[in-house]
Design a protein around this ligand. Sequence first.
Ligand code: PNS
Length: 166
Amino acid sequence: MPSKLAIYPGSFDPVTNGHIDIIVRGLKIFDRIVVGILNNPAKNALFSVEERKEMLRASLKGFTSVEIDTFDGLLVDYALQRGAQAILRGMRAVSDFEYEFQMALMNRRLNREIQTVFLMTGLRWIFTSSSIIKEAARFGGNINGMVPKIVQHKLKQKFTPASHLP
Ligand code: PNS
């Protein structure tokens, strides 16, 4: 039987435990998952693509069926190029629905061979987003347990003035 591959695309600026949860659960459906970091210089990201890649790699160490990659251009073209059958996305609250629905329909219009598969976010992660975590971390808020340890460390580094570092 041919192995099933999904692309899990996103900005991952930075990766959260909500993302990790989707990947781990996605592996129960797909044989392999390629995490595709969108390389979009127009978007004002906190972390460089290389930093995001490094954090994802460290957070998913030991998951041999997961690959971390970057892409630019259209997601469906990238999925086709990688030989994926599906795009995997997590869905949180109702607020995600409209954007996700629009994107899934557009992607389907662009390539009908690639299916979008949604997994409902685990209840624990329903309010977790990269943006809200960055906001909390920027002002010294406690983000313990919301992101992998390496991300917590990197956020602390980003938001600690150089003069305060040991
Ligand atoms: O984590 P995000 O920012 O919600 O991820 C959005 C992402 C990367 C999945 C989306 O912006 C994307 O796929 N961009 C590539 C361009 C594209 O194919 N857009 C959708 C159809 S127009």
